[in-house]
Design a protein around this ligand. Structure first.
Ligand SMILES: *Cc1c(COP(=O)(O)O)cnc(C)c1O
Length: 495
């Protein structure tokens, strides 16, 4: 800056600065909007994924998206058009009606529209001072979710990126509670000097429980499972014995409300009884299973969840909001603040009377995920979600009935919720060959692309496990799974 004759700095001008980015936002948004509308309109009829001959074909299909960082950019409209024309066709239609993998839901029209707006206003939902709007919508949306799931209103709650981080958040609160029982402020002092935190669960406990324990420094091996049999079902007597053997030492119980293989539940109410009898923190992982509360036929599965100390749920599963959204609910709201409060001179004061969500969960800067959650609940209400759940229960039972009636198929577990675990068992194929056959068919299903679903091992046997959680899914979409399987099987036997 050159000094003026009086010695004062001249006011800065834009002259001589590098060019600002061109503002073609309106054109870019119009282009993106048109591409998105076309994509969504085609979801109902299009295959769940592009058809491939071999897994390696994905590399060729995506070869366009390689290469070094360009020196000269192509411009915003061209970049977005490139994605619209060449990337979107390569997307797995995970928001479409024939995607049955990983308990993933789609995104409701209300949630999708709202999520666009969230990207548009680009709020930081970290603190009230960054966005009173996002903070307010998050508070309202979390309150509505508590009502939906039958959780008490005074509980603390925070939006996370998914079920894993919701489990992490609940278990972080549990860790604080447990360490305090040992006279230690673990969030200040750390774990040194503390014993291993006992964490007990069934064979259903999701992989993200062990992962969270690892991230929390408690160690993945802190989780002890008490399976009654090869299916992972809880051995309640063995669990009770283990609790007694703790001799009064505090422990954490993990109840799984809906596991992703066959939608099965730990006995939540009985675990809540145990938590009351022993010095136990009860964490419920209800990533998708909490929605069982919405239907009279399944509500008993989540009875007792309101007696837990922390509860995890997912948004991008049965709620049908876009990735990545989850929710952590904690009975004692003060614990979240004690674990997660950030302290720095430039951040919000710890005594700030407003809710500052960065101080209640693992993230600092946060996307305003609440807009999609608020909008979908405002749009469809409790009744809309009741109907959604009831529809998926009907689709799952109808599909399971088709499996039962087909002599070449075997249902491996009773249907409790929205997952159906089965395998192909053609007449004349020896038991010893069934695992390999089912795994081959599972791979071929993914290459075929018309439907998208996953394989698992259930009670030692290779199995297929479609889950019905997308609002668009119809019984015909589910039925297509069996049509495609039949075709693949015929091709297999002809070969
Ligand atoms: C999906 C799932 C998770 C993990 O959720 P993400 O959103 O994938 O992190 C945890 N627990 C259960 C029971 C799940 O089904």
């Amino acid at each position: 800056m050159s000094p003026t004759p009086t010695g004062e700095a001249a006011p800065p001008t834009a002259e001589g600065l590098p060019a600002a980015l061109p503002d073609d936002s309106a054109a870019v948004l119009e282009l993106a909007g048109k591409a998105a509308a076309e994509y969504v309109a085609a979801l109902t009829d299009e295959p769940a994924a592009p058809r491939r001959q071999h897994e390696d074909d994905w590399q060729d299909a995506l070869a366009r998206f390689t290469g070094p960082l360009p020196d000269q950019g192509m411009g915003a409209a061209a970049a977005v058009r490139e994605l619209a024309e060449h990337a979107l066709p390569q997307a797995v239609r995970s928001s479409g009606p024939r995607y049955f993998h990983f308990v993933t839901g789609g995104t409701t029209p209300a949630a999708l529209g709202a999520d666009w707006l969230a990207a548009t206003i680009d709020q930081n939902a970290a603190a009230w001072v960054c966005s009173p709007l996002a903070t307010q919508l998050e508070t309202v949306a979390l309150g509505w979710l508590k009502e939906l799931f039958g959780l008490p209103a005074p509980w603390g709650a925070v939006t996370t990126t998914g079920g894993t981080m919701a489990n992490f958040t609940g278990l972080a609160a549990a860790r604080r509670w447990w360490a305090r029982r040992h006279g230690v402020d673990v969030d200040v002092q750390g774990l040194a000097g503390l014993p291993v935190m006992p964490v007990f669960g069934s064979g259903f406990a999701h992989a993200s429980i062990a992962k969270s324990l690892g991230m929390l420094g408690l160690g993945r091996s802190a989780l002890r499972r008490f399976p009654a049999d090869g299916t992972g079902r809880l051995d309640l007597d063995a669990l009770r014995t283990a609790l007694r053997e703790l001799d009064g030492a505090p422990a954490v119980l993990v109840a799984t409300a809906g596991e992703p293989d066959a939608g099965r539940f730990d006995p939540v109410a009985e675990l809540a009884d145990l938590a009351a009898e022993f010095d136990v923190w009860l964490h419920v992982d209800g990533a998708f299973g909490l929605f069982a509360a919405l239907d009279g036929r399944t509500a008993h599965l989540v009875e007792g969840v309101e007696r837990a100390h922390s509860v995890a749920a997912d948004g991008h599963k049965w709620l049908n909001v876009p990735f990545d959204t989850g929710f952590s609910f904690v009975r004692d709201p003060a614990l979240l603040g004690s674990v997660f409060t950030n302290q720095a001179a430039y951040l919000v004061d710890v005594d700030d009377p407003h809710i500052n969500y960065a101080n209640l969960g693992p993230d600092n800067s946060r996307r305003a995920r609440s807009l999609a959650v608020w909008a979908t609940l405002a749009a469809y209400g409790r009744d809309g979600y009741r109907q959604l759940v009831s529809r998926h229960l009907a689709v799952a039972t109808g599909f399971a009935e088709q499996v039962r009636q087909d002599p070449d198929l075997e249902l491996l577990a009773p249907v409790v919720l929205n997952a159906v675990c089965f395998r192909v068992r053609p007449r004349g194929v020896p038991e010893g060959e069934l695992d390999a056959l089912n795994r081959r068919l599972a791979e071929q299903l993914l290459l075929d692309g018309r439907v998208h679903l996953g394989a698992t091992t259930f009670d030692g046997r290779a199995a297929l496990r479609p889950v019905f959680a997308n609002w668009r899914t119809s019984p015909q979409d589910a039925g297509l799974i069996l049509e495609v399987l039949r075709e693949l099987l015929d091709r297999e036997t002809a070969a």
